[in-house]
Write a protein that binds this ligand. Structure first.
Ligand SMILES: NC(=O)c1ccc[n+]([C@@H]2O[C@H](COP(=O)([O-])OP(=O)(O)OC[C@H]3O[C@@H](n4cnc5c(N)ncnc54)[C@H](OP(=O)(O)O)[C@@H]3O)[C@@H](O)[C@H]2O)c1
Length: 376
């Protein structure tokens, strides 16, 4: 038996995974790495494994050599490893859902960066956590901010959440210019360095729609009490308004290591010297703007998919993933992402979803239909 807390890091070669390993490397007296997983980046995974000596390594797109696991079964094995107390899910996209559910069924704390899990299957994920003694703790900086503000308060005391959005690289661009933005322009995020998919989601504001849905399930609040505001400096990570009108916020320079650490230790806080200390003067003026919904339709479309419920959010997520992949591959202009997602949602016959099978069907349909509309 180890005296330190075991952590499985899924998606360890990605932006979140690498940040998580930086945190864990500083906190070796409290945590040890039980498992590491990646999709295809074998060399980086090898280097990580040499540094952390995990009990299990899985390369989804690998051949099962050198004692490593492969395929999706490897992810599930990592997510349910008996020595893992916490599963940090840093996988991108719908591919992360199975591991989230498996970890929760095994009663783990899931430090969840993979917001797509909650968007596709929010009810199922939260129900599985309740029924199996698991726990979902957000890694997303906005939801971490909300969690930090509401911790210690009764849920009935919360009136409204205001999620902050950087606005992405195009927050001040006119609509025509945004429609024809290049991949390089979309990936040039002003405040955060992240993986390619979330960076594009940030530029279209689909990311904020995913986060509104994520917040709805995490904090059990109706959609009309979850708002978004553009805050280009990304210093205030979100606001929580309480019933008496008081507002709390959580601040910090944009850096995912802090919310990752908090997801590992919530509700405790432990000393960490790795992240730049806050300096209000260096942070400079903090400004806020309304979201330009006419230029960035995906926020309203995603929010509506959340309100509609059933299979709608899974189709929204799937269509968005397919359209973003097409944009990144140079097969679709930036403006086509929102158009395709809107068409898929208009065509969808929304059904109730009670289990994983129906959710995966909605995901497959949304992906296929978006692919057809994109001509791929
Ligand atoms: N980056 C951020 O700052 C940030 C902030 C908030 C929330 N998030 C969320 O965190 C998640 C990860 O984002 P990211 O920016 O870290 O993404 P990323 O840099 O693209 O990393 C994704 C990770 O997932 C692995 N992966 C990709 N496809 C997979 C598949 N089909 N099966 C299993 N593993 C797969 C990748 O492995 P390979 O490297 O081998 O391809 C990589 O380790 C997303 O849901 C995102 O929305 C990210």
């Amino acid at each position: 038996m180890s005296a330190t807390v075991g952590v499985a890091v899924l998606g360890s070669t990605g932006s979140i995974g690498r940040s998580a390993l930086k945190v864990l490397a500083r906190q070796r007296d409290r945590f040890h790495v039980v498992a590491l997983t990646a999709f295809g980046q074998q060399e980086q995974l090898e280097a990580q494994a040499a540094g952390f000596h995990p009990a299990l390594v899985a390369l989804v797109n690998g051949n099962g050599g050198n004692g490593w696991r492969s395929g999706r079964a490897g992810l599930v094995e990592a997510a349910t490893h008996p020595d893992a107390d916490i599963v940090l899910n840093g996988i991108v996209g719908a591919a992360g859902l199975e591991a989230t559910l498996a970890a929760l069924r095994a009663g783990k704390r899931v430090a969840l960066a993979n917001k797509e899990s909650l968007v596709m299957a929010g009810e199922l994920v939260m129900r599985t956590a309740r029924e199996c003694g698991g726990q979902v703790v957000p890694v997303d900086s906005e939801h971490s901010a909300v969690l930090q503000c509401v911790t210690g308060h009764r849920p009935e005391g919360v009136q409204r959440l205001i999620l902050t959005a950087s606005g992405g690289p195009f927050h001040a661009w006119d609509a025509e210019r945004v429609r024809h933005a290049t991949v390089a322009e979309a990936l040039n995020h002003p405040t955060w360095r992240m993986g390619r998919k979330i960076t594009v989601d940030s530029a279209t504001l689909a990311n904020k729609a995913l986060e509104v849905i994520e917040a709805h399930f995490l904090f059990d609040l109706p959609y009309e009490r979850i708002e978004a505001v553009v805050h280009p400096q990304s210093v205030i990570h979100s606001f929580v308004e309480f019933v008496d009108g008081s507002v709390l916020a959580q601040l910090g320079f944009p850096n995912m290591e802090l919310p990752i650490l908090y997801a590992l230790t919530h509700p405790e806080r432990i000393p960490d010297t790795g992240v730049a200390r806050f300096d209000p003067v260096a942070a400079g003026p903090l400004t806020f703007e309304p979201v330009r919904t006419e230029v960035f339709p995906l926020l309203a479309l995603g929010r509506q998919a959340g309100l509609t419920g059933g299979s709608a959010p899974a189709a929204f997520n799937a269509a968005n993933e397919a359209a973003v992949a097409a944009f990144l591959a140079g097969r679709a202009p930036f403006g086509r992402i929102a158009e395709v997602v809107e068409m898929v949602l208009e065509e969808q016959i929304v059904t109730a979803v009670s289990g994983l099978e129906e959710i995966l069907e909605a995901d497959a349909w949304g992906r296929r239909r978006a692919g057809e509309l994109l001509g791929s």
